[in-house]
Write a protein that binds this ligand. Structure first.
Ligand code: C5P
Length: 233
């Protein structure tokens, strides 16, 4: 069944642990991103690990191969299960990351951020981008051919990715919203049901849970949607 990962986008270790305590045994897999890592660093990751939690370290590495190799080695030493790199970093960088990850850490490549749409891409790349999906699939195929264990994209592209990448690739989908939830700064959002049906292996859930008045209740709605969708043929 698809894994649900809660994004701990919090400004301090204290507020992050407050949320971890509120979610209790309902959540065992957390994403630590730039904000929290910038404030609380490796010590936070170690203490979350010592509580038995699994970790996705989402620092989106994008640098020369030698630098990314060192960064991924450092992440693997923290016993994180997933790390992110950017798919556009070149095959040398992707190979260096996978090499450094060792046997237990998986490397997933960010294709196109879920906060971007065709208009944003056309402006940034100075060419007419007609379909985000085509760009996501192109970047994902390049990343997986270069050795990445999987990719990060929105659930809207997950079916096309599953067709293009085959069964083994991890497909990590942020931008998850419960039906009727706030989109915030995300442009390509989907419900947990849609993400599972489209073939996502990991659903990253941030504000839909963390900003809910009852985070544990919101998480249990997400988990029941995921298990119901997994049971459907
Ligand atoms: O709050 P929300 O559910 O939108 O948070 C999504 C999380 O997933 C954030 O931590 C963000 O950094 C991350 N993410 C994303 N799009 C990507 C990769 C990661 O939104 N392509």
């Amino acid at each position: 069944m698809a894994e649900v990962i809660v994004a701990l986008d919090r400004p301090s270790a204290e507020s992050a642990f407050d949320l971890v305590d509120r979610l209790g045994s309902g959540a065992d897999y957390y994403k630590v991103g730039m904000e929290l890592f910038g404030r609380a660093g490796p010590a936070f990751v170690e203490s979350l690990r010592s509580r038995g939690k699994r970790i996705f370290l989402d620092l989106k590495y994008h640098d020369i191969p030698n630098t990314v190799r060192g960064a991924v080695e450092a992440a693997a030493a923290l016993e994180v299960e997933l790390v992110t790199i950017h798919a556009g970093g070149g095959s040398g960088m992707i190979r260096a990351a996978v090499d450094a990850a060792g046997a237990r850490t998986r490397v997933v490549a960010v294709t196109v951020l879920t906060s971007l749409d065709t208009r944003d891409l056309s402006i940034a790349w100075k060419r007419d981008v007609g379909s985000v999906e085509d760009e996501v699939v192109r970047l994902a195929a390049h990343a997986v051919t270069s050795g990445a264990h999987g990719v990060v994209a929105s659930a809207r592209e997950a079916s096309a990715l599953r067709r293009a990448l085959g069964q083994a690739a991890l497909i990590v989908t942020p931008g998850i919203r419960l039906a009727g939830g706030e989109q915030g700064d995300q442009k390509r959002v989907a419900t947990p049901t849609d993400a599972v049906r489209a073939g996502a292996t990991h659903l990253v859930v941030g504000r839909a849970v963390t900003a809910a008045p009852d985070p544990a209740g919101a998480l249990s709605r997400v988990l029941s949607e995921v298990s119901a969708a997994a049971r459907q043929p």
